[in-house]
Write a protein that binds this ligand. Sequence first.
Ligand code: TRP
Ligand code: SF4
Length: 364
Amino acid sequence: MIDPWGSASLEYQELIEKFGVKPFSEILDDVPDPSWLMRRGIVFGHRDYERILEAVRKGEDFAVVTGMMPSGKMHIGHKMIVDQLRWYDSIGAEIFIPIADMEAYSARGIDFETSRRIAVEEYIANYIALGLDLSKKNIHVYLQSENLMVEDLAYILAGKVNFNELRAIYGFTGSTSMAHMYAPIIQVSDILHPQLEEMGGPRPTLVPVGPDQDPHIRLTRDMAARFREKFGFIQPSSTYHRFMRGLTGGKMSSSKPKSAIFLSDTPEEAEAKIRNAKTGGRETLKEQRELGGVPEDCIIYETLLYHMSGRDDDLEEIYDSCRNGTLMCGECKNNTAEFVRKFFEELSEKREKALRVAEGVLEG
Ligand code: TRP
Ligand code: SF4
């Protein structure tokens, strides 16, 4: 069982072996101009992505849905979802971004006013600052608690799912609150409502998420089948991405400030965190020249892998010269710290502007 509200990190391979997720590498060659996240294996798995490729090939309409639970501060690990949304925007998807304030209330005890504030000041501001134009007609951001179409559909869907199923998927017990038990069906409705007649009718829908969200995807696909006759739903497709590790080695998490670079950090703070990050270097320079470093164990390398967009050649060169002992960690860290500081200088400027329009996104 996978707990979408837990903190356990998932073995990526397990999702593929036990839950029927397919390796993304198998279809990578069929993607016309794959994003760097796809090319580098950060997007590692999928369900039914072929359906999305077909829609793209035929120039047909498709939807992308991916939400956010406004529970805390955004860190650079969260940036990747925005990068993916930008990519889907560039190939013509209609994009839905639910803000999971109902889920935050039921699973985390966060009240609705707080959720709204965090959503505006953190998430919406950062999404805009990271380059997603939320004022575009094809991009829809909404609060679950304010979307009556989503809530009404959820209630109808809830008519065909029972406690035994929810217990088997999520491990709910007799002491799980009714609100928490209802949260998954709201998310199912987030994902399926773009296919309602009044939203344009049935169409391929993609949900790009982290592997912890897969239980919701499985439930959604089941529910789509149960309501196929009534609504004509097409089973949604999904992709799964890896998460960048934390600066201290384990998971990057907002609740462990030392592990994360927050998007609201100053350029100086972000740079300092990079300079203190764990590398895959050797004890001495002499050893490093002889044996080379280990980029696989290096947070500096990982930062570049996830965030240095564009061509892969530069990255490959860093990888090779690290491995063969010609690149030393001092120089490599300097370059990366510089890259990160520049990125944060631009981001903080953009976020200041974004904050002024963020509130309007929910009104529009
Ligand atoms: N449960 C997701 C999270 O914890 C947020 C979410 C809400 C979502 N609705 C969604 C994700 C629809 C994907 C699709 O972050
Ligand atoms: Fe990491 Fe760079 Fe050192 Fe290699 S040279 S271990 S990539 S910091």
